[in-house]
Write a protein that binds this ligand. Sequence first.
Ligand code: SDX
Length: 436
Amino acid sequence: MASDTLTITDNRTNLTYTIPIEDGTVRSMDLRKIRTSDEDFGLMMYDPAFMNTASCRSSITYIDGDRGILEYRGYPIEELAERCTFLEVAYLLLFGELPNEAELKNWVHEITHHTMLHETTKQFMEGFRHDAHPMAMLVSTAAALSAVYPEAKDVHNPATRLHQIKRLIGKMPTIAAMSYRHSVGFPYVYPDNDLSYTGNFMNMLWKMVEPKYAANPVLARALDVLFILHADHEQNCSTNTMRSVGSSLADPYLSVAAAAAALSGSLHGGANEEVLKMLDEIGTKDNVPAYIRKVKEGHGKLMGFGHRVYKNFDPRAKIIKKVADEVFQVTGNNPKLEIALELEKIALQDEYFVKRKLYPNVDFYSGIIYQAVGFRPELFTVLFAIPRTVGWLAQWQELLMDSEQKIARPRQIYTGQRRRQFVPMEEREPAVLAGA
Ligand code: SDX
């Protein structure tokens, strides 16, 4: 079999280079030796939005976009969603193996005993306006934890790292619930250590004056499955942010805050909130064809459709549809489901979407379920950030233990002017500003 190499002839110099192919990639740094002269910097790869660039080696999550496959540490997502709890999957993502009974019991105990927030953090959150978006509160408060735990800067200390990881996994639901209670003017509810991870989350969200909150087990389990499905997804935009910020050795609280900020964008984790707005705009099943026509004419996107990697069904969307049935048996049907199903049916038959391989992604149905359970759309991306904190931390830890990694610092193609003559103030004309 021919050797795993690439032979490149530079037609500018007629020189030929042989570059090794490793794991289906060539190293961008190997291109730097392709020069036209000794003064030449050498070739770089130009890849805006990293459409075709591997930034790291990772053994956490495997995705096959063409076949619609998703595995966490080699286990199919369908099996994990069916047979595990979220904290069990969190352990798997972070440590690489499913925990045995004793390990899981201890892990759950540890996370449960890190759900409280320092009272000054509660006061910090009280400073937000009543109508502050929960994602803005979550991003800011996650960053504020950096001031509460300054020892977190010691990112190369495994014990310190693990302590912050437990704190973040334990506290994200508390921050999320408090951002919701703040927005509706209800008093904050403290964690109840007798409850499960999602049961306690629901307690902190919805307990009113009853002495003890009892979560509906079907809804608590549905949330647990949704958390499993959202836990990690290899090098997505927010995980890339976590790795980039983490590569400068910033502490995990500031890195998670940056990652959550990336997740909040409408093309990423903010899509589930946009799906509900889109379904509200469509209004009824009969309006679906007209809306699809509008999208095909280039007016907006079908939110919850399409994916950079999946060119087949997002396996998570299939599982979420099953969870929807279980939830609606408890909450009653969400009328928006009918519009979503019609949208999916028509889009999957329409050449515009078929040609572009646009299928429903994880965000298409999750919002409908969240709304049926009782969450307001502003909270949907927060519900994405809670479980994805585990993925961000697993990827961050893998980065810090990877000897190949160093501070992320891409290059550029410079398109600006050079060596301009300085213009004294009295000679300056009103400027037409670029991008204004
Ligand atoms: C998540 O990366 C991850 O893994 C993310 C995620 C995770 O778990 O972390 O899976 C979570 O973010 C899911 C995606 C949620 N976002 C949305 O649902 C927003 C709507 N979708 C799109 O904006 C889009 O599909 C992206 C952002 C998801 C992917 O965009 P790409 O890969 O950059 O694709 P593209 O924008 O280049 O689109 C290719 C073509 C374009 O048309 P042409 O220029 O060829 O004519 O497809 C069109 C796009 O206009 N297109 C859509 C569309 N998505 C792409 N047209 C209509 N509706 C859409 N949703």
